[in-house]
Design a protein around this ligand. Structure first.
Ligand code: DOR
Length: 315
């Protein structure tokens, strides 16, 4: 049978699947469930320096019933605060699987304060800096402000002592934006990976019966996930895979079975995250998607991920 074993930043993983930050990772019981699951790695909920309640409910809704799976959310970064996740990094079982810690400071100074604590932490947790939360009223997505992103990367990479880290990017929709974002990222060699994509920000879902929006925050505007975002996610994975040869790409967006995981890997992802589908199905999803990915590989005669990873064909 084929193998799903892989490595990420030189760390061995049993398989390339993990949760998307925000899903099943806000509190210790959820993090423990991810550790117990068959995921190859895991990431904590994007945190702010202080705990936050987030936006008023309802703030997450599944779209179109049960399957197909889409979602809209305007959570607004509800989280237990940076020290809580830092403490989890200190007791995580790194032998079982690697751990990423996601930070999403409300200001540059908040991000720098968290990075400064992590720099001196002895744990091998991998830092993912979220540049793309669409849901905090009054806060623009950093990934869409190239000057602000450049400034943040300069300060964060230097504040982290040039240790390796990654960034969670918003989806881009224009070749000029792929070019500009990649050019900025490539100026920072310690940015070792990019995670593509966060939700497609500020979508509007409307219920025809009630003639109403379906989430409360921001007059119903929220980040789109699930089936709707797969082609945009694949485009962003492949765009950054082509433009950032020294960096790894983590794929996120629209993965609910082995098929979409395979497509992300083919497009250039090294690891593949699940958000909406994990939210709906729970951590048992990792065993299912692993089995599906293995059966696709067996059908195609592939023995290892490296047989097809990044080998997308063009016409
Ligand atoms: O879709 C998202 N929702 N992306 C984020 O980065 C944050 C999250 C939230 O808490 O609103």
């Amino acid at each position: 049978t084929p193998s799903l074993a892989t490595t990420f930043l030189d760390l061995p993983l049993t398989n390339p699947l993990m949760n998307a930050s925000g899903v099943w990772c806000s509190v210790a019981s959820q993090l423990e469930a991810l550790l117990e699951s068959e995921s190859g790695a895991m990431v904590t909920k994007s945190c702010t320096l202080e705990p936050r309640d987030g936006n008023p409910e309802p703030r997450y809704r599944v779209l179109d019933g049960n399957k197909p799976w889409g979602s809209i959310n305007s959570m607004g970064l509800p989280n237990e605060g940076f020290p809580y996740y830092l403490r989890y990094t200190e007791r995580h079982d790194y032998e079982t699987k690697p751990l990423f810690i996601s930070i999403s400071g409300l200001t540059l100074d908040d991000n720098l304060a968290m990075v400064d604590s992590l720099k001196d932490a002895v744990t091998p947790a991998i830092l993912e800096v979220n540049l793309s939360c669409p849901n905090v009223p009054g806060k623009a997505q950093l990934g869409y402000d190239f000057d602000a992103m450049d400034t943040l990367l300069a300060e964060v990479t230097s504040g982290y002592g040039q240790r390796q880290l990654g960034v969670k990017l918003p989806p881009y929709f224009d070749i000029a934006h792929f070019d500009e974002a990649a050019a900025i990222l490539n100026r920072y060699p310690s940015v070792a990976f990019v995670t593509c994509i966060n939700s497609i920000g500020n979508a509007l879902a409307i219920d025809i019966n009630s003639e109403s929006v379906i989430i409360k925050p921001k007059d119903g505007f929220g980040g789109l996930g699930g089936d709707y975002v797969l082609p945009t996610a694949l485009a962003n994975v492949n765009a950054f895979f082509r433009r950032c040869p020294e960096k790894a790409v983590i794929g996120c967006g629209g993965v609910k079975s082995g098929q979409e995981a395979f497509l992300h890997l083919l497009a250039g992802a090294t690891l593949v995250q699940m958000g909406t589908a994990l939210y709906e199905e729970g951590p048992g999803i990792f065993a299912r998607v692993k089995a599906e990915l293995l059966s696709i590989m067996a059908q195609k005669g592939y023995e290892n991920l490296s047989d097809f990873q990044g080998k997308l064909k063009t016409l």
